[in-house]
Design a protein around this ligand. Structure first.
Ligand SMILES: O=C(O)CCC(=O)C(=O)O
Ligand SMILES: [Fe+2]
Length: 222
């Protein structure tokens, strides 16, 4: 699954997040890299226990919970508290596959990464390079947009050779672990929503919506 989710943040929300992030206490991203990633990671991040990480992370989670397209596509069960990174002056993150399981600091909770997400804070023309390359697809979205992709995918961030790329990144444990099943549910949901516009009184809508929920019931893992 790879999906672009537009307008997670509006212009005013973006402006507020960016202003806060620009004054952030940026640290070497290698501090949180594992044995493998430490060799390919050259970016900056906010510490996970930085109050700004927690404040902006909570804000982003609240925006996501209000976003019907994100909810329909990701079917989130748990979301790792969002983190923040910055790439400047050749900053990059070479090919890697994300960890399978993340601990939530200060809690006993562990979250399986089914989906990886990057929320872009900068417009594409504000920086050179910095594309997220996921299995040969090159992704550089407008500010406020989010890319959602399977956590099992090999990916990298190309070097940023001009300007700065600010982003939030996080992982989702989905109610539906299998990508193919989640994709079927999203297609069915899209089709039901379209029918609801065209024939709002059709009794078939009741049946199709029931089928959606019955498939979700079969495929949900909690
Ligand atoms: O900056 C990004 O878009 C992705 C970062 C990433 O791949 C990671 O932190 O694992
Ligand atoms: Fe990654």
């Amino acid at each position: 699954m790879m999906l672009s989710i537009p307008d997670v943040l509006n212009a005013e929300q973006l402006q507020q997040c960016r202003a806060a992030l620009e004054g952030g206490n940026w640290q070497d991203g290698r501090l949180t890299a594992g044995h493998q990633a430490v060799n390919v990671k050259a970016n900056q991040q906010l510490a996970q226990d930085d109050p700004l990480t927690q404040q902006l992370g909570d804000f982003i989670l609240a925006c996501l919970a209000q976003h019907p397209r994100f909810m329909a596509a990701a079917l989130p069960l748990k979301v790792v508290p969002p983190r923040f990174n910055r790439y400047t002056e050749g900053g990059t993150y070479g090919d890697h596959i994300d960890n399978a399981v993340f601990s939530v600091p200060g809690t006993p909770h562990r979250i399986r990464a089914d989906l990886s997400a990057t929320l872009f804070f900068c417009e594409p023309d504000e920086y050179e390079g910095g594309e997220l390359v996921v299995q040969d697809k090159r992704i550089k979205l407008p500010a406020g947009h989010l890319i959602l992709y399977s956590s099992g995918s090999l990916h990298r961030v190309e070097p940023v050779t001009r300007g700065a790329r600010l982003a939030s990144f996080f992982w989702v444990q989905s109610l539906v672990r299998q990508d193919e099943q989640r994709s079927v549910l999203l297609e069915l949901d899209d089709s039901i929503q379209a029918l609801r516009q065209q024939v709002p009184d059709s009794p078939e809508l009741v049946r199709l919506t029931g089928i959606y929920h019955n498939l979700l019931r079969q495929w949900t893992q909690t």
